[in-house]
Write a protein that binds this ligand. Structure first.
Ligand SMILES: Nc1ncnc2c1ncn2[C@@H]1O[C@H](COP(=O)(O)OP(=O)(O)OP(=O)(O)O)[C@@H](O)[C@H]1O
Ligand SMILES: CC(=O)N[C@H]1[C@@H]2OC[C@@H](O2)[C@@H](O)[C@@H]1O[C@H](C)C(=O)O
Length: 360
């Protein structure tokens, strides 16, 4: 039995910062196991957040520069964390930060150059986990469901509430997953206007009231009627969601309240459609699981037959970094780490580019 010591790096759509999870991962009797040994969150400076957020609008030259600079920054942060750990690691698994995602045009791009990351950290790196799947006509997302299947099989549904919400579950022995819609992205859009990073615990949303007109317009968005496989991102949010939110004259707290109801209705719609047992367990992770009002409304909309399980804060915040660590192990063992049943690609794949440190 080999035990891998992996540093997983994730930068999500909420743009809070870099999530780092040092994990032990091993396979025993045909089952994958994990232990998250230590974690670190490096918040982005306002300047860096703006750069990453606007990367989609950069010129080719500036985008290439940011790719290299961010790769070096990831390497520096990894080196600092590894020094703090005081332990040797085997390799780094880096998701990077998505700047472009248009799978229908064959495009997905994660910032954070793997070679510069490897050179700066002095460690082997596995990164660029989405391109191969998109080249196979897949959505290139979500990727975490392979981890849901291999590490969290005791749950009927795995729901992640980051900037975007996504869900995964088994159906006829196949893993199915897709982005349901938005989660914290529009909530943060409103709280930023109020001068707050986010709505702690959902307290502001709880004090608001429902804007029925907005709820109905949001629920009517075409994306929700598309069949899976499907994925979404910042582009959909700016083009389709923001205009509806901006058109409402409701107070900010009412918008927060309504957006949470809307999210939970869409999640409940998916879960009810695909639940096949009398009693089901749903694992809720991502920052939204820390929003108590969100969790209360979710449980209310799901009803008593679906139990919402909220895990430790470590798993809530670092599950995605952990799964990219697992994906890198699978990549180096030459095993499938991206499922066509999830992404709609023409085949499963063993995805990720590998870089070895160069120079001294
Ligand atoms: N205590 C809290 N109360 C309410 N909301 C919270 C709390 N903590 C975090 N959040 C929300 O969760 C967000 C971060 O979630 P997370 O880190 O899972 O997103 P992400 O990984 O960037 O997104 P994605 O998975 O879509 O790429 C914050 O921006 C905030 O909106
Ligand atoms: C293209 C891209 O970066 N997509 C992210 C994003 O953030 C959440 C959702 O949209 C999901 O599709 C994906 O991330 C997670 C980690 C995934 O691939 O499973």
């Amino acid at each position: 039995m080999s035990m891998y010591k992996v540093l997983g790096l994730m930068s999500g759509t909420s743009l809070d910062g870099l999530d780092m999870a040092y994990c032990h991962i091993w396979e025993e009797d045909g089952h994958w196991n994990f232990s998250i040994k230590q974690t670190k969150d490096v918040p982005y400076s306002d300047e860096m957040r703006e750069y990453l957020k606007n990367a989609i609008y950069l010129s080719d030259a500036d985008h290439a520069q940011l790719h290299k600079d961010y790769g070096m920054w990831l390497g520096e942060q990894s080196k600092l964390f590894i020094d703090e750990l005081g332990e040797e690691i085997d390799f780094i698994a880096s998701h990077g930060h998505t700047s472009h995602h248009r799978p229908e045009d064959g495009i997905t791009f994660q910032l954070g150059d793997g070679q510069f990351l490897a050179n700066t950290s002095g460690k082997q790196v596995v990164c660029d986990f989405r391109t191969k799947d998109v080249s196979l006509k897949g959505q290139g997302a979500p990727l975490v469901p392979i981890g849901d299947r291999l590490l969290f099989h005791e749950f009927d549904f795995c729901l992640n509430l980051g900037g975007i919400s996504n869900i995964s579950f088994e159906k006829n022995d196949e893993r199915i997953a897709y982005d349901i819609g938005m989660a914290n992205m529009p909530l943060n859009y409103i709280t930023h206007k109020m001068g707050l990073p986010y709505d702690e615990n959902g307290n502001l949303a709880r004090s608001g009231k429902l804007d029925h007109g907005l709820l109905q317009k949001l629920n009517s968005l075409e994306y929700y009627r598309l069949p899976y496989p499907k994925s979404t991102g910042y582009e959909w949010f700016t083009e389709k969601v923001i205009p509806l939110v901006n058109a409402s004259t409701s107070a900010n707290i009412d918008l927060l309240h309504t957006l949470i109801h809307h999210n939970c209705e869409q999640i409940a719609f998916s879960v009810h459609k695909y639940s096949s047992k009398p009693q089901n367990k749903l694992l809720a992770t991502g920052g939204g699981a820390l929003n108590q009002f969100f969790m209360d409304i979710l449980q209310e909309k799901l009803g008593p037959n679906i139990e919402v399980v909220i895990p430790t804060k470590t798993l809530i915040a670092y599950k995605e970094a952990l799964v990219f660590a697992l994906m890198s192990v699978l990549r180096l063992e030459g095993k499938t780490n991206v499922l066509k049943s999830v992404t709609g690609a023409t085949s499963d794949s063993c995805s990720g580019e590998v870089f070895f440190p160069q120079g001294s």
